[in-house]
Design a protein around this ligand. Structure first.
Ligand SMILES: Nc1ncnc2c1ncn2[C@@H]1O[C@H](COP(=O)(O)OP(=O)(O)OP(=O)(O)O)[C@@H](O)[C@H]1O
Length: 613
């Protein structure tokens, strides 16, 4: 029988440490791995999956490797690739939403009674917001100050539409009901629907659990702390049905409370008698002084030790009294200075972290003014990276690649494979579609100096991606392709990008990382430069009109922001620079002097206590 994975993973696994990694790798039962930043969770998980593929899975079975967001998913795929494992018949890697849609809702929902409309699309952000606004106006004045996040939380917490759903908070129950009604009236479902419908299907039908167990006898879930109640219930139902579950996460890195995530669910899983609990306490990433500062910053001190005992990090605060724009200018200067410090360091080893996409606009504009290349991840980035936009960048790179130059190219074979994976479920005659696609690539390569990036993307869309236009399963991904196309137009933000530069976007080397605190999860950089560390900016404050005073948000929300700060701090291998102005501006433009971020105060306290510097 042909081996499903190369044995290279075994050599890599020899590196796993005795501080939890090996125990997780060797565990033969359900396992909950709880480990802090940089402890090698992802490394261990990837090697463990390789071992499972090699030893436990037969030809007709699959391991599902699921995570919460797109970026973590990409990271996992890249890590698999590094040890010679690509997605194949026995390995599924995807987000929880794509797992629910592609493995459960889409193939099985029409066979059971479900809430799913006969034909449906996945609602995009605007459609979700429109439905929410319509629901609010249907209810009237009482719903004026209701937020989408609170509604989501309610919807993901009260899973049965029973008395407790209706009575716990009548206003939000009403809002959820109306929101769903508006979605359905437009034949739409949203991402949370996918999870809620999946949960109900798995709960109500044992034969669906049977199918899942037969196909996916082992499910591995990364970033478990980001899961909410319905997903946790799905996991428990499957575990009780005999599916083996490996859950990996870090409670202190739970930053999706606004989508209904409950970090304590990972702890409750680890305490079950049918789960082995493994903790990892070695940090491979950061210097000891960063580890000292971050350990216990959110919860109890865990006694984490830095692997690189000799590494010493600089932790610096920088005051910019003139406000955010000055912070951005100084942060960019600092980024360049940090690159100059070490010969081996490039811009891609440095990240500027900011609290929101609006601030990202300022950073991106100022970086462009300085002629810096950057890789940007936030909601206002011209387009998001996803399998389709990555594929287009890869195509552009192949077309414009100059073989005489040094560098790593993408191979035509890989492009054909990706094209097939992307389109095979939507095109009947995949062979001739692939042949046409290859002809298109070669003809574009022959005129690569003449064709604009926009013309290339437009042609690719009309001639080879038209199958995606009304396809619900790929709607969000395809939307990013359309955003890419429009940003490349004459009036778009990327109008000055040629085909080669579009191809270069696939490569992060020598590009400064511009990223929100949120999106930085799972990343690591030599140097982290964090801006906006002022009360009122990060964390945001809440205005009490009667008292005319700004307060910190309530404990739960502040704790979530604290975890976000913890995520940012723990991305750094070496140095961390915090920028602050000690004031913020209200929406009406008033300057409020509320000092540096409370999290810098807390860090100060730790610095004084432990003499971390
Ligand atoms: N046993 C090991 N020996 C050497 N290096 C390791 C080992 N385990 C992990 N590393 C390295 O430590 C770094 C962090 O590992 P990894 O990204 O897997 O951690 P993580 O726990 O997933 O981090 P985070 O939760 O912060 O994203 C990586 O550069 C990885 O290669």
């Amino acid at each position: 029988m042909q081996r499903k994975v190369a044995s290279f993973y075994k050599t890599e696994a020899l590196q796993l440490n005795e501080f939890g990694q090996k125990a997780a790798y060797d565990s033969n039962t359900n396992c909950a791995v709880i480990a802090g930043p940089g402890s090698g969770k992802t490394k261990t998980l990837v090697l463990k999956v390789a071992k499972i593929l090699d030893e436990e899975i037969n030809d007709y079975q699959k391991v599902a490797c699921i995570t919460y967001n797109r970026q973590c998913c990409r990271e996992l795929q890249q890590r698999f690739k590094k040890i010679g494992i690509s997605l194949n018949e026995n390995l599924y890697v995807g987000t929880v939403h794509s797992f629910c849609l592609s493995q459960i809702v889409s193939p099985l929902a029409h066979l059971v009674e479900s809430e799913l409309p006969a034909t449906y699309s996945i609602a995009n952000e605007k459609q979700r917001n429109d439905s929410f606004e319509s629901a609010k106006s249907r209810i009237g004045e009482a719903a004026k100050y209701c937020s989408f996040a609170t509604m989501t939380n309610y919807r993901m917490s009260y899973l049965e539409r029973d008395e407790s759903f209706n009575s716990n908070d009548i206003l939000y129950a009403n809002l959820v009901t109306n929101y769903e009604r508006f979605l359905r009236s437009n034949s739409l479902v949203d991402f949370d629907d996918l999870i809620l419908i999946t949960r109900k299907m798995i709960k109500d039908y044992a034969w669906i659990r049977d199918i899942l167990k037969a196909k996916f006898p082992i499910i591995v879930i990364d970033e478990y702390q980001d899961l909410g109640k319905p997903l946790h219930e799905i996991v428990l139902l499957l575990v009780e049905h005999g599916v083996k579950v490996i859950a990996v996460g870090d409670v202190d890195q739970s930053i999706y409370g606004f989508t209904g995530a409950h970090p304590e669910l990972l702890l409750s899983l680890s305490e079950r008698s049918d789960f082995e609990k493994v903790e990892m306490k070695l940090n491979y990433r950061s210097a000891q002084n960063i580890v000292n500062l971050s350990d216990g910053f959110v919860g109890a001190n865990k006694g984490v030790v830095a692997h690189n005992q000799n590494r010493v990090a600089t932790i610096d605060y920088h005051l910019c009294p003139n406000g955010l724009e000055e912070q951005v200018d100084e942060a960019l200067k600092k980024a360049l200075a940090c690159v100059d410090l070490l010969e081996s360091r490039t811009l891609s080893d440095v990240a500027i972290l900011y609290p929101d996409a609006k601030t990202g606009d300022i950073v991106a504009q100022k970086a462009t003014d300085r002629g810096l290349f950057y890789s940007r991840i936030d909601n206002n980035a011209p387009y998001r990276k996803n399998p389709m936009t990555n594929f287009i960048e890869d195509c552009a790179s192949w077309i414009t690649f100059d073989w005489k130059k040094q560098g790593k190219s993408i191979y035509l074979n890989d492009l054909i494979k990706s094209f097939t994976v992307l389109t095979r479920n939507f095109i009947e005659d995949i062979d001739s579609a692939a042949l046409n696609f290859v002809k298109f690539l070669w003809s574009s390569k022959n005129i690569s100096n003449l064709i604009t990036a926009e013309a290339f993307v437009s042609k690719l869309i009309t001639e080879h991606f038209s199958v995606f236009i009304d396809e619900p399963k790929t709607k969000d991904d395809f939307y990013e392709v359309l955003k890419m196309q429009s940003s490349l137009k004459d009036d778009g933000v990327l109008h000055n990008i040629n085909l080669q530069m579009l191809g270069d976007n696939r490569d992060k080397s020598n590009k400064l990382n511009l990223i929100t605190y949120h999106s930085s999860k799972g990343c690591e950089y030599d140097v982290v430069i964090a801006i906006g560390l002022d009360n009122g900016v990060f964390p945001r404050l809440v205005y009490k009109p009667r008292e005319r005073v700004w307060y910190y948000p309530e404990d739960k929300e502040l704790q979530e922001k604290r975890r976000l700060f913890f995520v940012a701090l723990t991305r750094a291998k070496y140095d961390v620079h915090f920028f602050k102005s000690e004031h913020f501006y209200t929406r009406n433009g008033y300057k409020m002097n509320y000092g540096q971020s409370i999290f810098l105060d807390e860090l100060d306290k730790k610095l004084n206590t432990y003499d971390c510097q």
